[in-house]
Design a protein around this ligand. Structure first.
Ligand code: UD1
Length: 429
C-alpha cells in the first residue's frame, strides 16, 4: 500500500502533457467487441481503470497486445463468452458498457452490477429502459444484469434524465440493431462524440453525437480500425486548477481548448489568466483569488468531475462561494477532509457554502474517490506544511504518472510505502 506525501507551497511552472481520456477509453475498449476483428487504439491512458477493462476483455478470450505505452491492439475474434462475473466488474463502474457491447455482438449479455466511485445511489434504470426499447428483455438476478433479445430493432429512445452511461450503452447496443434508433435528450460529453467517431471508423452510421439528438442507422457488420483517443478533459482541467491554485504558470499541452471552456470561465472568474492556443492552454494563477459560485451540470456545463478540484480554490478565495451539485446526490464527501486542513465549509444536501480562509494547513487526509483524491493533491500543494494522502489507489484509477508530472512542474510530492498496519517499511524502532 502507498500514500502520497506533499510538502506544500511550491508554485507549479513549466509544461505538462495531457494523456488520453479515461472515460473515452473505458467505452472504446468494450466497443471493440462489436467488430470481431483487430482494432488499434492510440493515445490510450496508462491508468488502472484501463488496465482493468483490458483484463476483463482478456478474461473473455480477447487478445490485447501493447505496441507501446499508449497504443494497443485488441483482437476480439477469439471472444466466446457473453458472461462477465463480479470479480471482474467490482472495481470499475464503466464495466456496464459490456452490457451494450455484448448485446450488440451476441444479442445477449450477463454482466455483474458495476463498482466504481461512490457518489450516492447510482441507478442504471435508464440503461435498462433503453435496451428494452430496442427489443431486449433485461432483468437483475443475483447481482447480475441479464439482457437478451431475439434481435435488436431500432427505436426512439427518450432519456428521462441526461445520462452519459445510458447514452453510451444504447449507442453500443443500437449500432448493429435493425433500422433507425433515435436517442433524444442524449448526453453531449466529449467522450460521447469520441465513441461515436470510433464506431463510425469501424463502419457504423451514427450522426448527431455532441448534440442532444443522436441518430443511429443500424449496420450488419463492423470492421477493425485504427483510432486515436481524445485528450482527457478532466485531467487537463485538474492541472489547470492546480496551476492556478499554486499561483503558478503552466502550459497544458495536448488538449482540446473547446472542451475546457467551462473550466477556463470559472478560473478567470476567480482571477486567473487563461490563454488558449490550438492544442494547449496556459494558466497563470492570480495573487489573490476572487470568490465565485459554481453549479455542476451535464456538458457543456461545468463538469461534476471537476467540482472537488475547483472547490479547493474556493476554500482560500476572498469571501463566500456557493457550490451546487447538479448531477450526483452525494458529491461532497471530500469536504470533511478539507475541513481537517482548516477549510470553512457548510454542506446542506446538494449545496455547499465555502467561506474563504487565509490558508490551508497540511495534515493526513484520505482520497475518498478519484476526483476527491485529485482535490486532496491540490489542497496539499497549496497548504502550509506537509500533507499525507491515504487511499491513493483511487487516484491511480484515472491520472497517468501524476506524481512524475507534478514533480516536473516543481511540486514536492512523492509516494511512500506503508504496511497494512499503517507502519512504514524500514522505519526505525
Ligand atoms: C459518467 C462518468 C462520471 C461522471 C458522470 C457525469 C464515466 C465512466 N463516468 O458516469 O465520471 O461523474 O458521467 O458526468 O464516464 N442516472 C439515473 N439512471 C440511470 C443512469 C444515471 O438516474 O440509469 C442518474 C445518476 O444517478 C446521476 C445522473 O443520472 O444523477 C448522471 O449519471 P450518468 O451521466 O449516467 O453518469 P455515469 O455515466 O455513471
Amino acid at each position: 500500500m502507498e500514500k502520497l506525501v506533499i510538502h506544500g507551497g511550491n508554485r507549479l511552472t513549466g509544461e505538462v502533457e495531457i494523456s488520453g481520456a479515461k472515460n473515452a477509453a473505458v467505452a472504446i475498449i468494450p466497443a471493440t467487441l462489436l467488430a470481431q476483428d483487430v482494432c488499434r487504439i492510440e493515445n490510450i491512458p496508462n491508468i488502472s481503470d484501463v488496465i482493468c477493462m483490458e483484463r476483463i476483455l482478456t478474461s473473455m478470450g480477447a487478445v490485447v497486445r501493447y505496441i507501446n505505452k499508449h497504443t494497443i491492439e485488441i483482437d476480439t475474434k477469439p471472444v466466446n463468452s457473453y458472461i462477465v462475473p463480479h470479480e471482474m466488474t467490482k472495481k470499475l463502474r464503466a464495466s456496464y458498457y459490456l452490457i451494450g457491447a455484448l448485446l450488440g455482438r451476441y444479442n445477449r449479455a450477463k454482466v455483474s452490477l458495476p463498482g466504481g466511485c461512490d457518489f450516492g445511489v447510482r441507478p442504471i434504470d435508464l440503461h435498462i429502459k433503453g435496451f428494452e426499447l430496442l427489443g431486449a428483455t433485461a432483468a437483475v438476478e443475483n447481482g447480475m444484469i441479464h439482457a437478451y433479445a431475439e434481435h435488436l430493432t431500432g427505436s426512439a429512445v427518450y432519456m428521462d434524465k441526461v445520462s452519459v452511461g445510458a447514452t453510451i450503452n444504447v449507442m453500443l447496443a443500437a449500432v448493429k440493431a435493425r433500422g433507425l434508433t433515435i436517442i433524444e435528450n442524449a448526453a453531449k460529453e466529449p467522450h460521447i462524440v469520441d465513441l461515436a467517431n470510433f464506431l463510425n471508423a469501424m463502419g457504423a452510421d451514427i450522426r448527431g453525437a455532441g448534440t442532444d439528438v443522436i441518430k443511429i442507422h443500424g449496420v450488419s457488420t463492423l470492421h477493425g480500425c485504427t483510432y486515436s483517443i481524445i485528450p482527457d478533459q478532466i485531467e487537463a482541467g485538474t492541472y489547470m486548477v492546480a496551476a492556478a491554485a499554486t499561483h503558478g504558470d503552466v502550459l497544458i499541452k495536448n488538449v482540446i481548448p473547446k472542451h475546457l471552456e467551462s473550466i477556463s470561465a470559472k478560473l478567470i472568474e476567480c482571477g486567473a489568466t487563461v490563454t488558449e492556443y490550438d492544442d494547449s492552454v496556459r494558466v497563470q494563477g492570480p495573487r489573490v483569488f476572487r470568490r465565485c459560485n459554481l453549479k455542476t451540470m451535464p456538458h457543456p456545463g461545468f463538469p461534476t468531475d471537476m467540482q472537488p478540484q475547483m472547490s479547493v480554490i474556493l476554500t482560500v478565495a476572498n469571501g463566500t462561494s456557493l457550490v451546487s451539485e447538479g448531477v450526483w446526490d452525494n458529491r461532497f464527501r471530500y469536504v470533511a477532509q478539507l475541513t481537517r486542513m482548516g477549510a470553512n465549509i457548510q454542506v446542506d444536501g446538494k449545496i455547499a457554502v465555502f467561506q474563504g480562509v487565509p490558508e490551508l494547513t497540511g495534515t493526513t487526509v484520505r482520497a475518498d474517490d478519484l476526483r476527491a483524491g485529485a482535490a486532496m493533491i491540490i489542497a496539499g500543494l497549496i497548504a502550509r506544511g506537509t500533507t499525507e494522502i491515504e487511499s491513493i489507489i483511487f487516484i491511480d484509477r484515472g491520472y497517468e504518472d501524476y506524481v512524475e508530472k507534478l514533480r516536473d512542474l516543481g511540486a514536492d510530492i512523492y509516494r511512500k510505502e506503508i504496511r497494512e498496519d499503517g507502519t512504514q517499511p524500514n522505519a526505525a524502532g
